[in-house]
Design a protein around this ligand. Structure first.
Ligand SMILES: Nc1ncnc2c1ncn2[C@@H]1O[C@H](COP(=O)(O)OP(=O)(O)OP(=O)(O)O)[C@@H](O)[C@H]1O
Length: 213
């Protein structure tokens, strides 16, 4: 499996944010998207996840065991917001997402209890999501990635609000995902602790400079 982005350009409103961004990532690899505030990292991730249209270019999944029509179908997207209802319990939220997503062919999500345990919060499934601390809420948002299988994880500032232990826990989740043949693309200002991750530097309107290849 290979994720191939070719000549991507995107606008927000009327403004061109980046142009001609190209990269390829193979199964088992992570790509860290870096750059100054406003350089277009979130915009690029939203294009890859299918949440924003590209002005030009394509992003496709090649040689996938089970081909998808659009890349977004193969992606989990963890944005700045946690995508959980504050009034529902943690368990209700995760049960909803598990049923809503279902598994894509080629993998299987884990149970809600196991996912909560994997993010270190097995004992608080009964609490309304809104009662959780900011860091606990972020951990539970990560549990959403585990309850349904998607080969590509798109992560925007995933470790904001997390303590050091949670950062290490998250690095473990991503490493495990890569070991299962997944792909991860993360925009971050903080080191994610991923061994051998490649880097893509966004330079804004001038285009993206490929730092590694
Ligand atoms: N709806 C919009 N209309 C016009 N411009 C927008 C819109 N949304 C975002 N922008 C602009 O697009 C540019 C890129 O924003 P983006 O969120 O992709 O940057 P980023 O690299 O993720 O930044 P940060 O590191 O601060 O999260 C910014 O200059 C921002 O002001």
């Amino acid at each position: 499996m290979r994720l191939l982005a070719e000549g991507l350009s995107a606008k927000r409103g009327e403004d061109l944010i980046f142009r001609d961004v190209s990269f390829g990532i193979d199964a088992g690899e992570a790509l860290i998207v870096k750059g100054a505030n406003g350089s277009g990292k979130s915009t690029l991730l939203r294009v890859l996840a299918g949440l924003l249209p590209a002005v030009s270019g394509t992003a496709r999944l090649l040689a996938a065991a089970h081909p998808v029509e659009r890349l977004g179908e193969a992606c989990h997207y963890l944005g700045h917001r946690n995508a959980m209802k504050r009034e529902l319990t943690v368990e209700e939220n995760l049960v909803f997402w598990k049923a809503f997503y279902g598994d894509l062919h080629g993998g299987a999500g884990i149970g809600v209890d196991a996912a909560a345990a994997a993010v270190g919060l097995g004992g608080i499934l009964h609490l309304p999501f809104g009662y959780l601390s900011a860091g606990q809420q972020r951990r539970m948002a990560m549990a959403r990635l585990l309850v349904a299988w998607r080969p590509v994880w798109i992560l925007d500032e995933p470790t904001a609000a997390l303590d050091v232990a949670a950062e290490a826990m998250f690095a473990g989740l991503v490493t495990n995902h890569l070991a299962q043949g997944g792909i991860a693309i993360a925009a971050t200002h903080q080191p994610l602790g991923l061994e051998g991750a490649r880097e893509l530097w966004m330079t804004g309107f001038a285009g993206a400079e490929q730092g590694v290849w």
